[in-house]
Design a protein around this ligand. Structure first.
Ligand code: IVH
Length: 684
């Protein structure tokens, strides 16, 4: 019996790794994701029941799980060197000359793309991945094996039999561009839900794929690494008595052992061939799903490599050529200033439209006054626009030679940064230590007021979905809405004055407004839009203080006692309630009948049973509605989260749940419980 289980586990492991190889190395999947997941679940089930057969190279290990306190620092068997850089054709020809002068006459080059990620050294012993170490200082690096095992394109076990008993292979771990975009989109949505403003969001998002790859690989929790799908190209085989004589051949062999080698490398017979390769990839590289920042040129034969040797820092037989970042020049037609929902001012460069790395660029952010001053950009200037690893184009400088010669700038003057809000003409302020100017007219500046209203009616707040951004703008412009409190004073005859507002939509809107009076206190608290107070914090405050008056009278110390409230948030709460105008708005809202305290039911039904336990609730349930279940979770101190991550404690699954969520939970090892399991959990 147990022998057959052992056999079954081995067979399943092998099958799954074959599919991983087809999918991630060959990019040629032969079964559906669903079938793949079924195999993986079957394997995980068996391994859970028979842990004695769980092997360190089982594909189930790719979902992560190991959490380290710190990484072990280990010495590289062969130091990890870097490469000399060149930036133009001439430098490359010099490199070629140096090799010839050293005495080589007939030799080949291998051209490879230079992938922009983090370098890694993998050790395989008897066909198994035993260690993965980062470059570190070149002599010693961090042992990140558990993290690297989550990368699906890196085989845990090699294919075939003809590999050396022990060898190292080095390469570049990177985050695919598509993955970078996916993660940032998800993060942005979550941050918006949590009440962050645009500036704070920009700060928190991943900056570029290279940073993201490096940050991910340094995570101590390997599950968090598994969630971000990193990838890896291998480009250098090292070991004693390798069965090959050249670099190119060695990588071809590595490919046969299941290791992922780029298909974009080429063997050429002279420097002319190298230059052709550069020209081809200078443009074509933008079509790849991986960032590249240059080309690496290597002398092919190992014998030639040994002959040429090393300098102190880098090999004499290889060199890097760096692509010029995609850059164009165009004219700065004007600078406009945007006022965000929170009053933050962003200067924006309006450019004469120009093509750059495959897209038309018309605008670029100038970030803040310091940047404008540092660049000394002036309207009419010819400016250089660059697209680096970052997705948004950047103005990197001014073509000073052209100043005074073109249409606008004959008498160009330095840009004077605005001193007053372009929307409401209030004098701008700049807090010490902050880069941005702010318009302090929170309650009177149109984009800020409209922004506050949009937030107030949004789904997670008062949920008045019949009142969209466009209607808010119309009502605001018509002078019918000045603050969120006015929403409850809208009359039907007012609404009918608005363009395209018919009787039916007016009724609808009024009904929506009326229904919002039943929205519970914690959401009202979120809706009123206290700076830095997101959905979760609002909930905590509501349950802690129970009504708006005790919150309003709370001291800094009391506020700090609430979990997760820091000095900054505590102070914004105090400042918020200290404002008389806010007091008036809140009074009006109270009169209108909004909930400013926890209901009887909320007050009586609380426990700490699920304290700090997080749930994703998904699907259709038979005994309770999804909202009731979510409420129960909160009332018992638990947390509802919308997306499954490695940190989620349970997936509470009903009927007809999305297959993606189920898959993700299974992959990440998040326990899946039913409605009945949950009821048991809270009632015992
Ligand atoms: S070969 C002796 N090949 O660029 C150095 N490096 O400065 C051997 N890189 O640290 C490196 N793509 O992280 C090589 N196809 C490629 C590469 C590559 C990216 C990175 C690598 C290395 C750095 C060189």
């Amino acid at each position: 019996m147990s022998d057959s289980i052992k056999h079954k586990i081995a067979e399943l492991s092998h099958k799954i790794e074959e599919h991983n190889y087809n999918y991630y190395v060959l990019s040629n999947p032969v079964i559906s994701d669903f079938e793949f997941d079924k195999l993986l679940i079957e394997l995980i089930d068996l391994e859970t029941n028979y842990p004695q057969y769980l092997k360190s190279d089982s594909p189930s290990q790719r979902v992560g799980g190991q959490v380290s306190k710190e990484f072990k620092n280990v010495k590289h068997k062969y130091p990890m060197l870097s490469l000399g850089n060149t930036y133009n054709e001439e430098d490359l020809r010099d490199f070629d000359e140096r090799i010839k002068k050293a005495g080589l006459t007939k030799f080949e080059y291998v051209c490879e793309l230079k992938y922009d990620g983090v370098s890694i050294s993998l050790t395989y012993v008897d066909g198994k991945l035993t260690q993965a170490v980062t470059r570190g200082d070149g002599e010693k690096g961090d042992d990140v094996t558990a993290n690297v095992k989550t990368i699906r394109s890196i085989p845990l076990r090699l294919r075939g039999e003809n590999y050396p008993r022990e060898f190292e292979i080095r390469g570049e771990i990177f985050m695919p561009k598509s993955e970078f975009i996916r993660i940032n989109e998800e993060m942005r949505n979550q941050l918006i839900e949590d009440g962050y403003d645009e500036d704070e969001i920009a700060e928190k998002l991943l900056k570029n794929p290279r940073n993201a790859a490096s940050g991910t690989l340094k995570q101590l929790d390997s599950k968090a690494v598994a969630e971000r799908r990193l990838d890896c190209y291998l480009y250098s085989l090292l070991g004693e008595n390798l069965p090959v004589e050249s670099h190119y051949e060695s990588l071809q062999d590595a490919g046969k052992w299941g290791l992922k080698v780029s298909a974009d490398m080429e063997k050429v017979s002279s420097i002319e061939g190298v230059i052709k390769y550069l020209e081809k990839w200078d443009k074509k590289r933008h079509t790849l799903n991986v960032e590249t920042d240059g080309v690496v040129i290597k002398v092919n034969s190992f014998e030639h490599q040994t002959y040429l040797g090393f300098t102190a820092k880098s090999p004499r037989w290889a060199i890097a050529y760096k692509f010029k970042a995609a850059r164009v020049s165009t004219i700065l037609e004007s600078i406009s200033y945007q006022v965000g929902r929170t009053g933050a001012i962003t200067p924006v460069a309006n450019l004469k439209p120009v093509q750059l790395a495959g897209t038309t660029v018309k605008r670029a952010s100038l970030h803040n006054a310091d940047i404008v001053e540092k660049l000394d950009v002036r309207v009419g200037d010819t400016v250089f626009v660059e697209k680096g690893g970052e997705i948004i184009p950047k103005i990197i400088g001014v073509d000073e030679k052209k100043r005074g010669h073109d249409l606008f700038s004959e008498s160009s003057k330095p840009t004077n940064y605005i001193t007053h809000c372009p929307e409401c003409n209030t004098k701008l302020i700049r807090n010490e230590g902050e880069a941005n100017h702010y318009c302090p007219n929170e309650l009177g500046c149109p984009p800020q007021v409209k922004g506050k209203m949009e937030h107030f009616v949004s789904r997670k707040a008062m949920n008045i979905d019949s009142l969209g951004a466009e209607t808010i703008a119309q009502l605001y412009d018509a002078g019918l809405l000045h603050s969120i409190a006015d929403i409850y004073e809208l009359k039907k005859y007012d609404l009918l004055k608005i363009d395209r507002m018919a009787e039916k939509s007016a009724n609808n809107l009024l009904a929506g407004i009326d229904a919002s009076k039943g929205v519970p206190f914690e959401r009202v608290l979120f809706a009123i839009g206290i700076r830095h107070i997101g959905e979760t914090t609002a909930k905590k405050l509501a349950y802690y203080f129970k009504n708006i008056d005790s919150l309003k009278n709370a001291t800094l110390e009391q506020l700090l006692e609430v979990g997760d409230i820091g000095e900054r948030s505590a102070q914004t709460i105090i400042d918020y309630f200290a404002d008389n105008r806010i007091g008036k708005i809140l009074e009006k809202l109270k009169k209108a009948g909004l909930q400013f305290e926890l209901s009887e039911e909320q007050l009586t039904n609380t426990s700490e049973k699920l304290k700090d336990i997080s749930f994703v609730v998904s699907g259709v349930f038979s005994k309770f509605s999804r909202d009731e279940l979510k409420k129960t979770i909160e009332q018992n101190g638990g947390k509802n989260v919308s997306a499954i991550s490695g940190k989620t404690n349970y997936l509470l699954a009903g009927e007809n749940m999305g297959p993606e969520k189920l898959k993700k939970a299974e992959k990440l090892g998040v326990p899946i419980i039913s409605e009945d399991d949950f009821i048991k959990m809270v009632s015992t």
